[in-house]
Design a protein around this ligand. Structure first.
Ligand code: MG
Ligand code: MG
Length: 254
């Protein structure tokens, strides 16, 4: 049984979610051909610390950087590096904060300049699938309803769902129960109750769903080396309609 968050806890999670959302936007402003992912990581870390928060990924189970920086066929957990982004790449930033004892965690995949039509479609469909998942994150539903919503939408476009990784509850810990798979069957899985705070984060591949772990023990690559996209938001399960804590508005609206 997962304990719902109190409204006081939800406010602290909201503060984290806003810092993360704004950090993603700061990073997004600088995504362009010629920029290294190390530079983008520094932008994120500086912004997070300037807002009194800590980049929670740094040192988490030995992760060596402030953000996950996953380019093209890297699904998640890429290390920032001296790799220079080039026109047509996609760059996924996954960012976490620790602030006032609670966590923030959201992700966005940015196109670098102009990307191919099929890659743009992958980005659009992956992001839309996240909102489909959020629509299913209502009290009384189960985690399988979220997974089903994401999976059925994504697969209708011929894309595939990574199954080795999933969303999660969020609170004092970065990863709390329940797990939120991006595939599943309606009516299956843990029940969602009012006040649960969860991260929904579809990881969607242009080609097949197979992935492998890089030798560094972190970066997850697509087996066929086709592109993969990742979008993540934090929501509160409510009756009737989930409440979003993090948002892409800072990225997408001026
Ligand atoms: Mg994340
Ligand atoms: Mg997450």
């Amino acid at each position: 049984m997962v304990k719902p968050k109190t409204e006081e806890e939800i406010e602290l999670l909201r503060e984290n979610a806003i810092i993360v959302s704004k950090t993603l936007a700061e990073v997004g402003k600088r995504v362009a051909p010629g920029v290294t992912t190390n530079e983008l990581c520094r932008v994120a870390e500086t912004f997070i610390r300037d807002h009194g928060a800590i980049p929670s990924f740094l040192g988490f189970e030995g992760f060596p950087a402030a953000i996950c920086a996953s380019v093209n066929d890297v699904v998640v957990h890429g290390f920032p590096s001296d790799y220079v982004l080039k026109e047509g790449d996609i760059f996924s930033a996954d960012i976490g904060t620790l602030y006032k004892g609670y966590n923030g965690d959201s992700a966005y995949t940015f196109p670098v300049g102009e990307v191919s039509p099929e890659t743009q479609k992958l980005l659009d469909v992956t992001k839309a699938s996240l909102y489909k998942g959020i629509e299913a994150a209502v009290a009384g539903n189960r985690t399988g309803d979220i997974g089903h919503a994401v999976q059925s939408y994504v697969e209708s476009f011929g894309f595939s769902v990574v199954r080795e990784l999933e969303g999660h509850g969020l609170g004092k810990e970065m990863h709390e129960a329940p797990g939120i798979p991006n595939y599943g069957r309606r009516g299956n899985g843990a029940r969602l109750t009012e006040g649960m705070v969860i991260c929904i984060e579809p990881m969607i591949n242009l080609g097949g769903r197979g992935v492998y772990l890089a030798r560094n023990g972190w970066a997850v690559h697509t087996a066929d080396h086709k592109n993969s996209a990742h979008y993540e938001l934090t929501v509160v399960v409510r009756k009737g309609k989930a409440e979003q804590l993090s948002t892409f508005d800072f990225i997408e609206k001026d």
